[in-house]
Design a protein around this ligand. Structure first.
Ligand code: FE2
Length: 324
């Protein structure tokens, strides 16, 4: 099948084209946060402007016309309501005008599934880390295959925590990746460390590190908050792997672009003889190809939705989502 996937859950509007599991195009445009956070209505406004050109770019890159699309998938959630609405409306417009099937996709499922494909893993435990989400996941057995959450954040996602910290100490742009750059060569300052079994919490760490802004250098604080947060994720993931007897681990989501996090996870996996893999950054950042990839497999299983039933869900939990 030739399937178009549309992603718009947060700062990125993405359109991807997939055919028989092969990515033909993966185009995107992003909202730039600068020193301020995301204002959902403004981001949605930008997505609405970008939707048509980004979809056209994806079709051009794939070398196909609109009429050749055989199915369309869109991100139903989790994400920011106004942003999700833009992607859903674009997908519904295409599906209704071309009379082709449409399928809603869970954003987290898409991140994990594209990482599994790219890393050539069969059935890994997944550490899914992004702005709004931080979860340790395992796919259940057939026939009712759903992802189970083995552990997760009690409060905010690790990406939002790092972004909020960057804003608090006035880094520009206020991204987790700016924290990563600023962390190089820093010295460790003791930080609160909160892991409860396979769950973890980041707000205490954020409050404490932000409160030290006048006493300590940005360099030392960025190093310490990053090392502490990633060590917490590693500990919880290690426990999940050992308790579930997992033999493979993948890391996915926006924060999986962090070289330091991957280095720490790789070291932990090496100690236990666990196979570790991840997708390239193109697929860890939000993108339309991962939505198209899952949509194609869902559509082939006959999982299309009626247009009137297509909606968005800001807190769309992965445990309740269809898995291809
Ligand atoms: Fe994401």
């Amino acid at each position: 099948m030739l399937v178009l996937g549309i992603e718009s859950s947060a700062h990125t509007f993405g359109a991807g084209v997939v055919e028989r599991g092969r990515v033909l195009a993966n185009e995107k445009r992003m909202y730039r946060v600068g020193t301020k956070g995301m204002i959902p209505a403004r981001v949605a406004e930008l997505h609405a402007k970008n939707a048509a050109p980004v979809i056209k770019e994806a079709l051009d890159k794939a070398g196909i016309t609109t009429e050749e699309i055989e199915g369309v998938g869109y991100t139903k959630g989790p994400g920011m309501g106004p942003c999700l609405q833009v992607g859903m409306l674009a997908a519904k417009t295409i599906a209704s005008s071309l009379h082709i099937p449409i399928v809603p996709v869970n954003h987290a499922v898409a991140h994990v599934e594209i990482a599994k494909k790219e890393a050539r893993l069969k059935n890994p435990i997944a550490l899914y880390v992004s702005g709004g989400n931080s979860q340790i996941l395992r796919l259940g057995e057939k026939p009712n295959r759903h992802y189970a959450v083995l552990g997760e954040t009690f409060d905010i996602g690790v990406g939002n925590m790092l972004d909020a910290f960057a804003r608090n100490i006035k880094l520009n742009p206020a991204w987790g990746s700016t924290v990563a750059k600023e962390a190089k060569g820093g010295r460790y300052v003791p930080m609160p460390y909160t892991v409860k079994g396979m769950d973890f919490s980041f707000t205490g760490l954020l409050t404490h590190a932000s409160g030290l802004a006048k006493e300590k250098s940005n360099n030392d604080l960025c190093y310490s908050i990053q090392e502490t947060a990633f060590a917490m994720l590693c500990e919880a993931t290690e426990r999940a792997l050992l308790m579930a007897n997992g033999r493979e681990l993948c890391v996915c989501g926006g924060v999986a672009q962090s070289e330091r996090l991957k280095e720490m996870l790789a070291g932990m996996c090496r100690e236990h003889g666990i196979v570790f893999g991840y997708a390239g950054n193109e697929y860890n950042a939000d993108n339309g190809a991962m939505i198209a990839y899952v949509a194609e497999r869902l559509l082939e299983k006959g999982a299309s939705a009626k247009l009137r039933d297509c909606d968005v869900k800001q807190r769309y939990r992965i445990e309740t989502a269809m898995v291809p």
